[in-house]
Design a protein around this ligand. Structure first.
Ligand SMILES: [Zn+2]
Length: 290
């Protein structure tokens, strides 16, 4: 019960005005990308869209930023070594069934299907319309943009709110969660690459900056990952909450689409290159695939 109370307060406190205080001077802390620069980054778009999460009875009770947690506060990403990966088919591809709510317009539906299709060329992930499969991604427009991490079993919601979340990078971000990935700045070695300034973080949202014992797949820390928060994520005062180190001026969290390293990680986690099919013959059901 205490947990639920704490979580609700997190949600209610996550309103951000991004107003820069008059006294805010242009110190070293503010170099690199500015708040204005970050306006169209996936991280900022998601944060804005999620302002009202928690006010709707249908919203999940527990959230970390845009990660929905079904029960308790377990770290999800390590689940990829315990069975939350999507299964690999005998042809080497990984078919992830999805359903899209009829609430979307034709245009929105096209953007969503194009974003799902963007995984097919560089990886072995094949989002495919749900048919008889028990486990699938259920894409619908709830309050905000959010997803569970990894395959959770049966219909798992990915929320892409019609006003605020239907953009290619945002959709890729939420699908990467569903494939098993966490936010870049929560990975186990993040303290070697960024400094978290908790004194600038909106009280109650500190959980977004926790560190997770992630499997980093021998890939480098990636400031350009579509999963990296922006410099001002969850700021309470317009000052940075994440500063890259050692180069404080490096641009972070401004990706608008998946980075090459995001793609590389999908390929490693799902062993896409273990099969000749990714570069070989076209899958039989091609017409039905995204
Ligand atoms: Zn996220």
């Amino acid at each position: 019960m205490m947990l639920q109370a704490a979580v609700v307060s997190v949600l209610l406190c996550s309103v951000h005005s991004f107003v820069i205080p008059a006294s805010f001077d242009n110190t070293d802390e503010s170099s690199g990308n500015s708040i204005d620069d970050d306006e169209f980054s996936v991280s900022t778009i998601i944060e804005k869209a999620n302002r009202n999460i928690g006010k709707n009875v249908n919203d999940p009770l527990v959230m970390f930023g845009d990660i929905a947690v079904p029960t308790g506060l377990q770290n999800a990403d390590p689940c990829t070594s315990r069975g939350c990966l999507w299964p690999k088919a005998t042809d080497g591809n990984v078919y992830v069934p999805f359903r899209i709510s009829p609430d979307y317009s034709r245009r929105e539906r096209n953007i969503i299907t194009q974003a799902l299709r963007s995984f097919a060329n560089p990886t072995c992930i094949r989002f495919t319309p749900q048919d008889q499969q028990r486990d699938f991604v259920d894409i619908k427009s709830l309050t905000g943009c959010f997803s569970f991490v990894g395959r959770r079993g049966r219909n798992q919601t990915v929320s892409l709110m019609r006003r605020g979340c239907v953009f290619t990078g945002t959709i890729q971000h939420e699908m990467l969660h569903a494939l098993g990935f966490d936010h870049e700045q929560t990975r186990s070695d993040r303290d070697e690459h960024v400094r978290i300034l908790l004194e600038n973080v909106e009280p109650g949202t500190e959980g977004n900056f926790r560190r997770i014992r992630t499997n980093n797949l021998n890939t480098p820390y990636d400031y350009n990952s579509v999963m990296h928060y922006s410099r001002f994520a969850f700021s309470r005062n317009g000052r940075p909450t994440i500063i890259p180190i050692p180069d404080e001026n490096a641009v972070i969290g401004r990706a608008s689409v998946m980075s090459p390293i995001d793609i590389q990680r999908v390929n490693i986690l799902y062993r896409c290159n273990d099969t000749a099919l990714t570069t070989g013959p076209v899958p039989v059901q091609k017409d039905f695939l995204l």
